[in-house]
Design a protein around this ligand. Structure first.
Ligand SMILES: CC(C)(COP(=O)(O)OP(=O)(O)OC[C@H]1O[C@@H](n2cnc3c(N)ncnc32)[C@H](O)[C@@H]1O)[C@@H](O)C(=O)NCCC(=O)NCCS
Ligand SMILES: Nc1ncnc2c1ncn2[C@@H]1O[C@H](COP(=O)(O)OP(=O)(O)OP(=O)(O)O)[C@@H](O)[C@H]1O
Length: 294
């Protein structure tokens, strides 16, 4: 490393490096955020027996090359088309294989590879247009294209409960332009920050805002419609009581966690979308100076 890079390492950063850094940071921040109801966090494994924080970190770090490759594929193709969609599908599936290798076969980040992969590619396509809404719309256009090489996934947990309950899951959330992120989480994050909640509480409030509405297929698979209703109404109660920075909100958060653990329900889809929220939030604010000339 030369002396200048040691002082200003960002000078040697490519767009793909930067986007992969943001995606991995978002996953690590999501995992570390505490206390999250039912999810892996700094306190423990929530409703999971096969996940822990170290595994979430290892999985997140192992995905860095996949996010970089997705961003670079978008730069190389230069437009939204079937070629790019099929590049992303291939890289995403290879990322899943790497994730399963690192975790010894546990699904830590399948939904996150999908959401953050599409968003990384969408950001790389137009690095001058990084407003959250613009990036989400491009990601949706990519998600709407049909990857001819994708295996038929009719028996995934998500696909099973989508059929059973007639809800939309991870695929449709992306195809709609991530409404849970754009309409719920980012506005809540901004409101809670403006109200002086503190960053960790603002992020918890953003997670709860997602949980008020999402048909989280992780919860549906493990705890059925009763579990989903419990998650949504419990999250609403926390926000209605003043959010995670208020004493009353914290009481409701504790009640929600107790109920989710009793049902073995873990809002993994909501957690993935919180990571997507943190990614889009940083994207708008952190563009390093030297990338401004791209
Ligand atoms: C679309 C995906 C998520 C598969 O979804 P499916 O519902 O069939 O599967 P599965 O139950 O295994 O995974 C769902 C994942 O989404 C998350 N999730 C659950 N509910 C939701 C929701 N309502 N909204 C968003 N994410 C959700 C969960 O955390 C879970 O990890 C994806 O894994 C996929 O198609 N991969 C193929 C490779 C590919 O094309 N990659 C592209 C990279 S950009
Ligand atoms: N902090 C977190 N803690 C737990 N899960 C998370 C967290 N962040 C994201 N997730 C998501 O939750 C999903 C894990 O959920 P779950 O364990 O229900 O998956 P599964 O393998 O489909 O089902 P099961 O474990 O019930 O067989 C992962 O795909 C991951 O994307």
């Amino acid at each position: 490393m030369n002396a200048l890079n040691a002082i200003q390492p960002e000078l040697s950063l490519s767009l793909g490096d930067w986007l992969a850094d943001l995606a991995v940071d978002a996953l690590i921040d999501e995992a570390d955020l505490s206390p999250k109801p039912g999810l892996v966090d700094r306190r423990g494994s929530g409703a999971h027996t096969d996940l822990h924080l170290g595994l979430m970190h290892a999985s997140a770090l192992a995905l860095w090359p996949s996010f970089k490759a997705m961003a670079e594929a978008a730069q190389q193709r230069g437009e939204i088309n079937l070629h790019l969609r099929e590049d992303l599908g291939r890289i995403g599936r290879e990322g899943e294989v790497e994730m399963l290798r690192v975790t010894g076969g546990v699904n830590t980040h399948r939904g996150a590879i999908w959401a953050l992969g599409l968003l990384s590619a969408a950001a790389a396509l137009e690095p001058r247009e990084l407003a959250a809404e613009q990036v989400a719309v491009r990601a949706a256009r990519l998600a709407l294209l049909n990857d001819r090489a994708a295996p038929v996934t009719g028996d995934s947990h998500g696909a099973q409960v989508c059929r059973l309950y007639g809800v939309h899951g991870a695929r449709e959330e992306a195809q709609l332009g991530f409404p849970a992120v754009i309409q719920q989480a980012l506005p809540q994050l901004a409101r809670s920050r403006a109200a002086g909640a503190g960053e960790q509480n603002a992020r918890l409030d953003a997670l709860l805002a997602i949980m008020t509405q999402l048909a989280d297929t992780c919860v549906l698979y493990r705890a059925g419609m009763a579990g989903l209703t419990c998650m949504q109404s419990g999250a609403r109660a926390v926000l209605a009581a003043g959010g995670c920075a208020s004493l009353d909100g914290r009481r409701h958060l504790r009640d929600l966690e107790r109920d989710m653990l009793r049902l073995r329900a873990s809002p993994g889809g909501s957690a993935d979308l919180l990571a997507a929220t943190l990614f889009l939030d940083r994207l708008q604010h952190d563009l390093p100076a030297q990338l401004g000339s791209l």
